[in-house]
Design a protein around this ligand. Structure first.
Ligand code: F6R
Length: 260
């Protein structure tokens, strides 16, 4: 696990986008795992800029989103289908048929979840997965006590997540209670994982995920078991890390790193 602390949101977004661009340049038919929420918006903005100005090509890639609310039609402005279309897909050239976002309106959730897992496997697995983190330490919608080997499934959201996400809806009662989400086990199979976090509100979750015990109470802590995960975080999100100076020292002493 590598902890990369950047001065602010724009810098962490640019660094994470750069890592994704490197994957795509190395492997044009890469499979990208995508997240929604407010945190990855800067990464999508930067990837769109790279597509426009540097010809970053998405024409051969395939995408899988982490999760979707249950019950929201794809046209609902808070559905993750809508979010992805508005903030990313309509600005780049991922072929429509290569885009996968879980269905929140399927009539058969278990069958859909099995199909989603199978589809990821058929496409060769995820090359690079983007994650945010909930203030309760969740990744995707794997709320506290989710099995660390869980797969794509229906999940009941925690009260704190509903409250956190109420800011996107007219009122808290409008936030769906259920979501369909990739499991922790599904996420851990990605070759590379990028976790993004900014702001004081994420400082506790980040400290527990990076330095706490591996526990289903903080599902992001399972990333400690993953061989190639990078946390891109800002100063505020880093503020509760005990080993912060060490993480900064590692970045400073990397071969090719500029002298501080
Ligand atoms: C969204 C997702 C969630 C969010 C998390 C943080 O696809 O998987 O785990 O990443 O709830 O959300 P923001 O970025 O809005 O703070």
């Amino acid at each position: 696990m590598e902890v990369i602390i950047k001065p602010g949101y724009d810098q962490l977004s640019a660094a994470a986008a750069q890592q994704i661009a490197e994957v795509l340049n190395r492997k044009p038919n890469a499979v990208l795992g995508l997240a929604t929420g407010s945190t990855p918006l800067g990464v999508y903005k930067e990837l769109v800029r790279m597509h426009r100005e540097e010809s970053l090509d998405f024409s051969r890639c395939t995408t899988f989103n982490l999760d979707e609310y249950v019950g929201l039609p794809v046209t609902h402005d808070q559905s993750y289908h809508y979010f992805m279309h508005e903030n990313f897909f309509k600005h780049v050239n991922v072929p429509e048929q290569n885009i996968h976002v879980p269905s929140g309106t399927t009539s058969n959730f278990p069958a859909f979840c099995d199909w989603y897992e199978q589809r990821i496997e058929e496409c060769g697995g995820i090359d690079v997965q983007i994650l945010g983190i909930g203030s309760d330490g969740h990744i995707a919608f794997n709320e506290p006590t989710s099995s660390l080997s869980s797969r794509t499934r229906l999940k009941t959201l925690a009260k704190v997540t509903i409250d956190d996400n109420a800011r996107f809806f007219d009122k808290a009662e409008d936030v769906p209670i259920y979501a369909i989400t990739m499991g922790v086990g599904t996420i851990l199979e990605a070759d590379e994982i990028i976790l993004l976090a900014n702001g004081k509100g994420k400082a506790d979750a980040i400290a527990q995920a990076v330095e706490g015990p591996v526990s289903s109470m903080i599902t992001a802590s399972a990333l400690q078991m993953h061989p190639y995960t990078k946390f891109y975080i800002d100063q505020d999100a880093a503020s509760n890390l005990k080993m912060r100076e060490y993480y900064e020292w590692i970045q400073m002493k990397k071969p090719g790193a500029p002298e501080a």
